[in-house]
Design a protein around this ligand. Structure first.
Ligand code: ADP
Ligand code: MG
Length: 201
């Protein structure tokens, strides 16, 4: 599932570049591609006894390879999300919920971000809430709900004026464009959901 995620995020480089060109410096696509290529290499080169080790390794790969704000932010999501996953053997709906809820808390703490700042938090927060609500449902349903919530959260960032990161210097001119990190957050969840659809899990 994570290898599929890497492949998809690398494939979305242009989308993310365009999103960041509109309100930032245009490096988000290249940064995420570099990050998920590093994750892919890490996963292919290692073996992981449990879910938390896997996500921690992915998070460290993002932190050390992406550069820019988003390496720390997305790496913190992957790594910080493992807080309550010690020894978990499979990604089921409760594990998804824990990963998103704890990952969100870690990102907010690290990034000093609150909802409405026009960051990836505006997509991750509704996704975490949706996954928490769907924790008793099958994984594909929980991922579908989290993906749709992230999509709506990402869409809502178009109506926000950036107050964090590079886009804040644009002020009102960031209106009408989604936050690039929110687009990535939606694409990450959508890729995980797509994988469950394809694999029938
Ligand atoms: P940079 O801003 O260094 O150019 P990127 O373009 O790769 O980095 O990533 C920008 C994205 O990172 C933003 O769209 C936003 O979603 C996210 N981001 C930046 N700073 C923060 C923060 N403090 N908290 C949460 N997300 C952030
Ligand atoms: Mg950028």
């Amino acid at each position: 599932m994570l290898l599929y995620l890497c492949e998809q995020m690398i494939g979305h480089t242009d989308t993310l570049t365009q999103a960041d060109k509109a309100i930032g410096d245009g490096d988000h696509g290249i940064g995420m591609a570099r990050g998920f290529e590093a994750v892919r290499l890490k996963l292919e080169g290692g073996s992981f006894a449990a879910l938390d080790e896997l996500f921690k390794a992915a998070g460290m790969a993002l932190i050390t390879s992406v550069g820019g704000a988003s390496g720390i932010i997305f790496g913190t999501w992957f790594r910080g999300g493992t807080k309550n996953l010690a020894g978990a053997a499979t990604l089921d709906s409760p594990a998804l919920s824990a990963w998103l809820v704890d990952g969100l808390a870690a990102v907010k703490e690290r990034g000093k971000t609150k909802p409405g700042d026009k960051t990836m938090v505006d997509a991750l927060e509704p996704a975490a809430a949706a996954a928490e609500q769907a924790a008793a449902a099958p994984l594909d349903e929980a991922l579908a709900a989290a993906t749709e919530a992230a999509r709506l959260g990402m869409e809502a960032t178009k109506d926000m004026v950036a107050s964090m990161g590079r886009a804040k210097t644009l002020g009102e001119r960031s209106l009408g464009h989604p936050d690039p990190g929110a687009v990535s957050t939606y694409l990450i969840l959508r890729s995980l959901w797509e994988y469950t659809e394809k694999s029938g899990e």
